[in-house]
Design a protein. Structure first.
Length: 231
């Protein structure tokens, strides 16, 4: 028990409030079904090489006294007292050695690894997940995704799409609903897909999308000015 307490106290010193947040989440929902602990076998014992924070949080939920004397003692007692899904076991993947585990640990913690690791959502993916279909934001995301997919190698357009997705979704959603705007940019929705038919004399795709971004920003500014006049 002394070794377990020392290990948890060491984690508390480095993690502090993060460990409380993790314990609270586990206490409400249980351990993530997406992740197993990685362990290695040493004789009759097992050593956790990946998942020590989760294991510490579970142990604290089951025995809040392990946090006694620490900066999170009161918070852990409160979280444990209100927990409804405290796990009493955890799924583990058993590997022969730490060296075998290192590849998987790097993929989880050391960036995207050109796609092999955990790939963070960009602003479009985040907003697509967060907004319900049919909303103005969802219409804007659909529009931006079509633009982004159409010009994968154009870094300027990709950056514009990202910036609009981060700050101007609702305004762009209103524009996308406007028949005049749709005609101006050559936008057609077909079988839930968005396509663009720019006239032969239209500006280049880059200029067109830049105009879209500028008009979006301008509309937002106009809205703020109008709102200011009404107050």
């Amino acid at each position: 028990m002394d070794g377990q307490r020392e290990a948890i106290q060491a984690l508390i010193e480095t993690e502090r409030q993060k460990l409380v947040v993790l314990a609270n989440d586990i206490g409400e929902r249980g351990l993530s079904p997406m992740d197993r602990l990685l362990v290695t076998k040493n004789g009759r014992n097992y050593t956790v090489v990946e998942g020590n924070r989760r294991l510490a949080a579970v142990r604290l939920l089951n025995n809040p006294a392990l946090a006694e004397g620490s900066v999170i003692e009161a918070a852990i007692k409160r979280v444990a007292g209100g927990a409804t899904a405290i796990p009493d076991d955890a799924d583990c993947a058993v590997l022969d050695s730490r060296e075998d585990a290192e590849h998987w640990m790097r993929l989880r913690h050391d960036g995207e690894a050109r796609g092999a690791g955990v790939v963070r959502w960009n602003s479009l993916a985040t907003n697509r997940f967060s907004h319900k279909p049919g909303t103005q934001a969802a219409r804007a995301i659909k529009f931006l995704q079509a633009i982004s997919d159409g010009y994968l190698n154009n870094t300027v357009i990709q950056d514009l799409a990202r910036r609009v997705a981060e700050k101007r979704l609702t305004t762009l959603g209103r524009l996308v609903q406007d028949p005049d705007f749709r005609a101006q940019v050559g936008m057609v929705e077909d079988s839930n897909a968005v396509r663009f038919h720019f006239p032969s004399r239209a500006r280049s795709s880059l200029s067109t999308f830049s105009a879209i971004s500028l008009r979006t920003s301008g509309s937002a500014s106009s809205s703020r000015k109008t709102s200011g006049k009404n107050t």
